[in-house]
Design a protein around this ligand. Structure first.
Ligand SMILES: [Zn+2]
Length: 182
C-alpha cells in the first residue's frame, strides 16, 4: 500500500483513504516518524476495512478491465474475509475442507473439488460481506451434496435463511464484474 505523509501545522494526525487506495496521512510538523508508525499500526484494522470499501466502491462504478496489479490487491483483500468466513461456517455446518485457493477468474465465484479443496474468486473482495459469506456457505454445502439438488439448497438455507437475496446480488452485479477480468 502506498502511504503519503504530509507534514502540516496541526495538533493531531489524520488519515484518509484516497480513491486509488493509497493512504493520505497528515501529521503535525514535529511528530516523530516512529509515533506515526505506531499510530498506523493501531489503526491497521480501520485502514484495511476502509481501504477495501474505497476500492470496492470505485471498482463497482467502473467498466474498464481490472488490471493485473489491481487483481493482486483484490487477492490480498479477499483472503482474510474468506478464511474468516470458512472458519466460522465450516464447524457450524459440520464439514471439513482441504486446500483453499484464491484465483482471479472470469468464470466462477467458487468451486469445491471432490476431495474438498476449495477455490474462490478474488473478485469476492468487491462484493458485500454477506455475498462473500453466501459463496463460502455454498461451497461448503457441496461438502455434503456435490450437486444443486433440493437437499443442497435446503442445507444452504438452513445456514443462511436469506441466501436468495445474497445470490440475487451476484446475479445482478456478478456478470459485469467477471467480464472485467482480462
Ligand atoms: Zn454450486
Amino acid at each position: 500500500m502506498e502511504i503519503k505523509i504530509t507534514r502540516a501545522r496541526r495538533k493531531t494526525l489524520s488519515l484518509r483513504i484516497l480513491p486509488d487506495g493509497s493512504l493520505d496521512v497528515r501529521a503535525p510538523l514535529d511528530m516523530p516518524k516512529r509515533e506515526i508508525d505506531r499510530f498506523l499500526g493501531e489503526k491497521a484494522d480501520w485502514i484495511e476495512t476502509n481501504r477495501a470499501q474505497v476500492l470496492r466502491d470505485r471498482q463497482l462504478g467502473e467498466k474498464n478491465a481490472i488490471t493485473a496489479e489491481q487483481l493482486e490487491t483484490l487477492k490480498d483483500l479477499a483472503q482474510g474475509p474468506i478464511l474468516e468466513s470458512l472458519r466460522a461456517f465450516a464447524p457450524q455446518m459440520g464439514v471439513t475442507y482441504g486446500r483453499v485457493t484464491i484465483r482471479c477468474q472470469k468464470s466462477r465465484w467458487g468451486s469445491c473439488s471432490g476431495s474438498g479443496n476449495l477455490n474462490f474468486n478474488c473478485l469476492l473482495a468487491l462484493a458485500p460481506r454477506e455475498v462473500l459469506d453466501y459463496v463460502v456457505v455454498h461451497e461448503l454445502a457441496h461438502r455434503k451434496h456435490m450437486d444443486h439438488s433440493a437437499a443442497f439448497w435446503q442445507e444452504v438455507g438452513r445456514v443462511l435463511p436469506d441466501y436468495r437475496v445474497r445470490r440475487d446480488w451476484l446475479r445482478k452485479n456478478g456478470g459485469a464484474l467477471l467480464a472485467r477480468v482480462g
